[in-house]
Write a protein that binds this ligand. Structure first.
Ligand SMILES: N[C@@H](CCC(=O)N[C@@H](CS)C(=O)NCC(=O)O)C(=O)O
Length: 240
């Protein structure tokens, strides 16, 4: 059976596991601690990063884009369009998502509102491009879930957890992206592609008291708004 080496809150891993789940493929998962990488991992992972995929014949694949293409080619039920031009476009829209994974991680770790606004700007631009491209169909390319949707899944899943806990919405007033987020989350693949304790692990890192979003989350639970002395909004508008 193929094996995925993972870190629980890594969005690059989640893109790969969401693809495996979408194709109903069997796989094992091995979680490692990135702050104390095991020797065996350092020996086989060229960039010392997760995800890696270990094939049934013990070949090690790295880089989530390459791993996703391997899964697409080797596991039945193609999710890319067979037309080369269409496929190239779908790859490009997938890259737009994956190149914003770390942007979102960094925004989520912002210590104050100004930093969050500054760091969210790049992600907002990507969401605006996506909004302009979407047609209003259920998924990116019609009614069937595809590779582009799976590339956006980690970002949209994280945005939803952040919104639920803190009231802050990375997406904002973009109806088509909001509808896509709902349709992707409704597939259940976001939960299936992470560990059971994902929300706890994610919250411990991104919604701790050290982050602005963590302060918003605390405020939303009924304490003072945002921890900001000037902010007294009952509905936490300061966090939205
Ligand atoms: N370009 C890589 C990025 C993977 C990546 O950044 N993984 C992070 C965790 S989310 C990692 O392993 N960081 C550990 C390190 O860089 O030392 C991919 O697409 O697979």
């Amino acid at each position: 059976m193929i094996k995925i080496v993972s870190f629980k809150i890594c969005p690059f891993v989640q893109r790969v596991t969401a693809l495996l789940e979408a194709k109903q493929a069997s796989y094992e998962i091995d979680y490692i601690n990135l702050s104390n990488k095991p020797e065996w991992f350092l020996k086989v992972s060229p960039n010392a990063q997760v995800p890696i995929l270990i094939t049934e014949s013990d070949e090690v694949l790295f880089e989530s884009d390459a791993i996703s293409e391997y899964i697409e080619e080797t596991v039945p039920d193609a999710l890319f369009d067979p037309n080369p031009a269409k496929k190239a476009q779908q790859r490009a829209w997938s890259y737009l998502a994956s190149k914003h994974y770390l942007v979102q991680c960094s925004a989520q770790r912002s210590k104050d509102q100004a930093t969050l606004s500054e760091r969210s700007e790049k992600l907002s631009k990507a969401f605006s491009k996506l909004e302009a491209k979407l047609t209003g169909s259920k998924f990116f390319d019609g009614d069937r879930l595809g590779m582009v949707d799976l590339a956006w899944l980690p970002i949209l899943h994280r945005a939803s957890i952040i919104e639920q806990h803190s009231g802050y919405d990375f997406i904002g007033e973009l109806p088509k992206v909001k509808a896509l987020q709902k349709n992707i989350l409704d597939t259940g693949l976001s939960e299936k592609s992470v560990s059971e304790d994902f929300v706890d692990k994610f919250s411990a890192f991104y919604l701790s008291e050290q982050t602005y979003l963590g302060q918003c989350a605390k405020a939303k639970q009924g304490q003072s708004c945002c921890g900001d002395a000037e902010c007294t909004d009952d509905d936490f508008a300061c966090c939205s």
